[in-house]
Design a protein around this ligand. Structure first.
Ligand code: HAM
Length: 426
């Protein structure tokens, strides 16, 4: 084929039987639920450009992170600026808030977004070079309730969508002081095992040893089982904050597992971090994640405001729903399908089609002039609920037979009353 999709990218299409997660009706359904939950929790939509200056991600996600060091789509534009296709949504949102001073408006302090993100990673099941996220960010609130609200929001979303068997992994990575102390304790613990560490972990040993806890390498994992827990390095204010978050989650009956080796792959986090994992997703098992990132707002040029957020991958949400056989609403075909018999009736039928649509009825008509049997077959393929055949006789009497496709039953209808017979599909 002359033109093909880029590796790790995919089309979202009206219908694909072999890869149903790409069906656009599922995306629409899930996105409607995401918008609904955002509204109920008081989050308003923000849309930022897909392109940003590369510097934004270097400063926020962090130069030592995998995302920045290996996975960014970066290029020079004609103005010789280094630009990057956004690999995530948090840094662009905070850039937009700082730049537009949105934090001064109480209506703009809780924001959500839905959109594509780009990471040049090795494609595999559940991992794409263009994926889509629903995310939310709350600006200006450092209370544990705000952390718990984020986890509650994402957990409610999953519950509304009918997902089950998810586990919320929760940790606190404390503040800068905590991490300084812990980094040293972790390096001291790892040093005797240094030679057995994987090549990646050796690279991280100096710059970002916490990420070694996150390694998928079996030897690294075996070594890290005995590693000291970051929770032991928390100072009292971080510990109190973490205890309060856990208490709030218990009060809301949100189950979670404390996991002291959860560090997340982006450098901006502090205090609470969390990840929701699904047993059904195989290696790419993280369906959503987030946490607090209190230093970022100031780092990007704003006042020192606390921030917390999360994002969930829409592909992974839909794939998990399908694996768990979660019901989706069935996709409706047109409510009525018109077939005009003969040239003389086409224009008249076309007007009826227009009137039905103006009245909010989902109507379609065959424009092809093919044989009646063929067109009937087409109407059934696109799951038309009713079919109306319009010929000379119907035009003269103003009445026609409305055929219900599921049962084959017919009823005679007055064409002037037709629109009123269907509930509007708005
Ligand atoms: P993240 O964990 O890097 O966090 O990504 C969030 C979610 O996006 C993941 O849990 C996963 O479901 C999905 N995802 C990530 N990469 C891919 C990929 N290559 N293919 C398919 N799905 C993927 C963030 O991006 C943070 N900005 C979240 C956040 C918001 N933290 C605070 N606020």
């Amino acid at each position: 084929m002359a033109y093909q999709l880029l590796p790790g990218m995919f089309d979202i299409v009206p219908h694909d039987a072999s890869e149903p997660w790409r069906n656009s009706s599922l995306w629409q359904y899930v996105e409607v639920k995401m918008r609904e939950i955002a509204r109920v929790y008081g989050y308003r939509e923000i849309r930022t450009p897909i392109l940003e200056r590369t510097e934004l991600f270097l400063r926020s996600v962090g130069e030592t992170s995998d995302i920045v060091s290996k996975e960014m789509y970066t290029f020079q534009d004609k103005g010789d600026r280094s630009l990057t296709l956004r690999p995530e949504g948090t840094a662009p949102v905070i850039r937009a808030v700082v730049e537009g001073r949105l934090h001064q408006d109480p209506a703009s302090q809780k924001l959500f977004y839905i959109g594509p993100m780009f990471r040049y990673d090795r494609p595999q099941a559940g991992r794409y070079r263009q994926h889509h996220q629903f995310g939310a960010e709350a600006i200006g609130d450092d209370s544990p309730e705000q952390d718990a609200e984020m986890i509650d929001l994402v957990y409610s979303l999953y519950r509304t969508l009918g997902l089950n068997n998810l586990s919320i992994q929760l940790n606190s990575i404390g503040d800068e002081e905590t991490r300084q102390n812990y980094r040293k304790a972790l390096q001291d613990f790892l040093r005797p095992h240094y030679d057995r560490l994987s090549a990646d972990s050796k690279l991280r040993f100096e710059g970002n040893p916490l990420r070694i806890l996150d390694s998928k390498d079996p030897t690294d994992r075996a070594i890290c089982v005995q590693a000291p827990s970051i929770l032991q390095s928390l100072n009292s204010s971080c510990r109190d904050h973490f205890e309060a978050v856990k208490r709030l989650l218990r009060a809301l009956r949100i189950p979670f597992d404390e996991n002291s080796s959860l560090v997340r792959g982006l450098d901006y986090y502090n205090r609470t971090v969390f990840e929701v994992v699904s047993g059904q997703l195989g290696a790419q098992n993280s369906i959503g994640g987030g946490g607090r990132y209190d230093g970022l707002f100031k780092q990007l040029g704003g006042p020192d405001l606390p921030t917390v957020g999360f994002a969930t991958g829409i592909e992974r949400v839909i794939q998990t729903m399908l694996k768990q056989e979660t019901p989706f609403p069935s996709q409706r075909g047109p409510q009525v399908f018109l077939i005009a018999l003969g040239e003389a009736c086409r224009e008249w039928a076309f007007q009826i089609l227009h009137d039905l649509r103006r009245a909010g009825v989902a109507a379609q008509m065959d424009f092809s002039n093919r044989k009646l049997g063929k067109v009937m077959g087409l109407a059934s393929q696109i799951q038309a609920e009713y079919v109306l055949v319009l010929g000379e006789n119907e035009k003269a009497t103003g009445r026609a037979e409305l055929k219900e496709m599921a049962t084959g039953s017919k009823q005679s209808v007055q064409l002037s009353d037709l629109a009123g017979m269907f509930e509007s599909d708005d």
